[in-house]
Ligand binder design. Structure first.
Ligand SMILES: [Zn+2]
Length: 319
């Protein structure tokens, strides 16, 4: 557990005095779109040992626990006020852009949107901050890093140099692709946020945006998933000297999404809930809540990563 006396996880200089810091900008979470207390949030784990963490707002019917849980996408005492303010500046600049892509793509023939009017350096630092914070969430919650630890530290240093106004020390050599789904069938009622390791390079999910850091000499795609993810090799979406965002067609997006969410995370959870249902003859919701509550209890009591606690809880309940 972190306290306000710990150092900020961006600048490493000031005390992390801020509470309720978002790993993901609130403007990119779907809870802003739905009614606040009815939100559902899912954090996708990086491996089978770290399944998804779900969170239901207090008025959501799936929330049968009167105790209000903290949103997994926010945490206390991770950043200082200064860094939090700088993050807010980047978010105010780029989140409205990302949220208005559908309008910007309208009427365009090709699937790549190139922004000439954005500050490339700042946009890159913004995306670095997303990658950094998503991985930080995984490290703090599950004690697992989804990206190479050197890269993780390097991103922190880049962000911290930018925030200190040391632009000449800001290394923008880490490239990435940003893919977006602009389809109308996208499920806007849930958050799909997390790191996925289908790729040799990790894929970061921020709802309808996928970010893939491109780290030479590794190939972008793990060859066993080539058929579902082939279009992600399209390097037109690679952000280099300009800001480009690649629009993924609905059908392809759905295929990718199914792989990412259903296979790796959802299946992991439903298989276990299914086994509990057969044993206890209780409903899906009841079993889900029971499993979650026990996992959270174990997590808080033992400080074991949530994913491990979830598995311990499952074993206890199925015995
Ligand atoms: Zn700081």
């Amino acid at each position: 557990m972190r306290s306000k006396d710990d150092l900020c996880l961006i600048c490493n200089l000031y005390k992390s005095d801020k509470t309720n810091s978002h790993f993901i900008p609130a403007g990119l979470l779907k809870s802003n779109i739905g009614e606040r207390n009815y939100e559902e949030a899912y954090m996708i784990g990086v491996s089978e040992q770290a399944p998804i963490t779900d969170y239901f707002g207090r008025s959501n019917l799936k929330n049968t626990d009167p105790e209000i849980k903290q949103n997994p996408h926010a945490a206390d005492y991770i950043f200082c006020s200064k860094c939090e303010d700088k993050l807010a500046e980047l978010e105010n600049e780029f989140v409205p852009y990302l949220n208005s892509l559908k309008k910007k793509f309208a009427g365009k023939q090709d699937n790549v949107l190139v922004f000439g009017d954005l500050n490339t350096l700042r946009f890159k630092v913004f995306v670095y901050s997303l990658i950094y914070r998503l991985n930080l969430q995984s490290v703090l919650k599950n004690l697992l890093t989804g990206i190479d630890f050197h890269l993780f530290n390097k991103l922190r240093l880049i962000i911290s140099n930018k925030f200190a106004g040391l632009d000449y020390l800001v290394d923008t050599s880490i490239n990435f692709s940003v893919f977006a789904s602009l389809n109308n069938e996208y499920d806007y009622s849930m958050n799909f946020v997390g790191i996925n390791t289908f790729f040799i390079n990790p894929l970061l999910m921020v709802n309808e945006f996928h970010i893939v850091p491109y780290i030479p000499p590794f190939p972008l795609i793990n060859s066993s998933f080539e058929s579902a993810f082939k279009h992600y090799q399209n390097l037109d979406g690679l952000t280099n000297k300009q800001v480009s965002i690649y629009n993924v067609e609905t059908e392809k997006w759905l295929t990718v999404h199914e792989h990412l969410v259903n296979y790796q995370a959802y299946q992991f959870r439903t298989i276990r809930i299914g086994q509990l249902m057969r044993k206890t003859k209780q409903t899906f919701e009841e079993c889900q809540q029971k499993l979650y509550n026990l996992a959270e209890k174990i997590h808080l009591e033992t400080s074991k990563p949530f994913g491990i606690s979830y598995d311990v809880a499952f074993k206890k309940l199925i015995e």
